[in-house]
Design a protein around this ligand. Structure first.
Ligand SMILES: [Zn+2]
Length: 198
């Protein structure tokens, strides 16, 4: 999995600028003046109380104001997911899934031809939620595109809201899915202890 540093790990925005430190060249000064970079301070080195070098943030998200450096692991971004809401609509099916990562309560409902086919609400284990979060990272969920779209005579739509500490990220598709959708759907069904076909 490649890590793209210039995508915000909190909100997925590509509107990210550099934070620059030290004595700036004229080129960098111009970037700061034009709002295309942020001046972080005279020195690029700070030490904590134990004398260890602190990793200063070198990227700033213009959308949610998050700051991060290369060492900030993607795992942290996934740990910030609080809730995932998924809706899938096909001509015969309406599926609603609500996964509350924070309190481990999960709910799903599948309506098939206007009748409830299956529905459940339960609390899942800490282990199950932790495994789910690591699988979300495995399927690159936070780096899915905001919209997948394809021409089709069918009308299949899905939307996903990823609620994080400070922001919400939206993903959706019209007759199209990310390449690892099936893996995502599989681990989601496993968390819900069911199979949902549509
Ligand atoms: Zn952001």
């Amino acid at each position: 999995m490649s890590i793209v540093y210039k995508i915000c790990p909190d909100c997925g925005s590509h509107d990210v600028i550099d934070i620059v430190y030290g004595r700036l060249s004229n080129g960098l000064k111009k970037l700061v003046e034009d709002g295309k970079a942020i001046f972080g301070g005279e020195t690029g080195y700070y030490f904590n109380e134990e004398g260890k070098l602190i990793n200063l943030p070198i990227y700033h998200c213009q959308n949610c104001s998050s700051k991060w450096d290369r060492e900030d692991s993607l795992a942290i971004a996934y740990q910030k997911i609080k809730k995932i809401i998924i809706k899938c609509n096909t001509p015969n099916n309406e599926i609603f899934i609500d996964i509350n990562i924070s309190n481990r309560e999960v709910f799903y409902e599948q309506i098939y031809n206007n009748q409830i086919l299956k529905k459940d609400f339960k609390k899942v284990s800490v282990e199950a939620i932790e495994k789910y979060l690591s699988m979300l990272q495995f399927v690159d969920l936070l780096y899915w595109k905001p919209l997948y779209e394809a021409e089709s005579i069918h009308n299949n739509q899905w939307t996903m809201t990823i609620v994080k500490e400070k922001s919400r990220v939206y993903k959706s598709g019209i007759n199209a899915y990310p390449s690892n959708w099936n893996a995502f759907w599989g681990v989601t069904c496993e968390l819900l202890s069911t199979t949902i076909d549509f």
